[in-house]
Design a protein around this ligand. Sequence first.
Ligand code: SIN
Length: 540
Amino acid sequence: MPSVASSVGSNPSDPRGHHVDFLVIGAGIAGLSAAIRLAGVGSVLVVTKEELAESNTSYAQGGIAVAMGGDEDVALHLDDTLAAGDGLVEKESARLLVEQGPVRVQELLEWGTSFDRENGQLMLTREGAHSRSRILHANGDATGREIAVSLLRHVRAIPNVRLLEWTTGIDLIVEQHNRVAGAILLDGEGGILKIYARATLLASGGAGQVYSDTTNPAVATGDGIAMAWRAGAAVVDMEFYQFHPTAFSAPGAPRFLLSEALRGEGAILVNASGERFMLKEHPLAELAPRDVVARAITREGMDGPVHLDMRHVAKDLHERFPGISAFLAKYHLDLNRDLVPVRPAAHYLMGGILTDVHGRTTLPGLYAAGEAACTGVHGANRLASNSLLEGLVFGALAAEAMMADRISNLFRPESFPSISVPAERTPDEQVERWIEDLRNNMWKFAGLLRDAQGLQLMQHKLQALAGTIPQGLSRRAIEARNLYTVASLIVTAALARCESRGAHFRMDYPQHNAEALHSVLYRNDISFCRSLLEAFVTQQ
Ligand code: SIN
């Protein structure tokens, strides 16, 4: 691991910390997409908690949705995105996503990303709620990995970008007038780094680890959202957590993602009696929006296991889905031969740090992109395979703003914050138990099917847990505190939204309200507003 001193070219003995032009927290598709552009005008430091390729991006299987088929496809991609988002999509964000997607994907191809082809043509698959096949994939079901690896290869060759692994964000540095001027970080050896930057981008991904059942890797602990919240940024739509319908379900096994592309290639869902239950739920059956499929599986699953069935698909499924096939083989299961047990798991956060379409947050100097941010592009429910595209498009747009805003480097030695290291440090095993307790309760009381009673119970549990929040500056203690913050934001917003919409389903309020409104959390207050632009203007 390179030391930060060699990485950012500062004087290592400088007691004031190190400074770069641009600090990027997170090395997934959004962070790297931004870093590539920022390097054109200044020094960039990208930090990530584990090895570089360990991001949610790398775990994306199904693919990247992109309208490569011309104007008609772009218009249909927009329609599908709006429809999946259940009335809450910000149209301008969605328009930018689908219109800029093809150009950004073309760039990826030029940087060496190798998507699957047949007879020289890009292969396209289909997933839930898409009106046509428009999803590119790589190595069958390893799309995210291929994109992460090719972006990293590209970034490594750029001299202005320094990459720092095993580094965890502790908090943002906030100066006068709420200006964010960098971040305080924990390095892999437990040392504290102060990085000053003209502009800071949070591209730190989602928070699936707030739930006991998730498809997300261990790194997805909502760090960026929690850091932004503590710094005073507005956060929106946190009640909208997408539960992927089909995570592997066997005792003791991880909730491994079984891509929606399986259903795109013909998989059906059957209940304990062997009935294909999605036919009665939605005209699109297994390819209905995710929230619809996830809820149907949960209901059916009360009477016994639900299975994915591909036994009728006349295709070599090992070749099309090599990663999934290899995983299932460990459990002596084969897509061509066996029924595969599934149930939903937390997958993607539609809400996040409030940003405009250029990644600007409500704090000057702070930007956010990808899953950590909320531009309203997914509304209440994300369309399948729109997340990689989101990172790519909005990472690039955030970089443009970071360069254009020309924030001067207000570098005032007297303003460097000191960080007090608490004398007490919660023992590791206690931290793990505390996190497990939080995650189990979140799953039980603030999961896929919610009501006021359960959410209020969760609120009381959070109050009780507050007294025992892990202390100290170990990575896990920092993550525990961040998960606590994210859980509190989710529960507050879920309780306040007395309706069902998209991924947020209240059993006590099963209908839509007449008007689709965003929830805005700002400095311990919650309000609702018609558009994110309105939220942005009022909370700045
Ligand atoms: C999947 O492959 O089903 C996941 C893709 C996504 O989350 O959009």
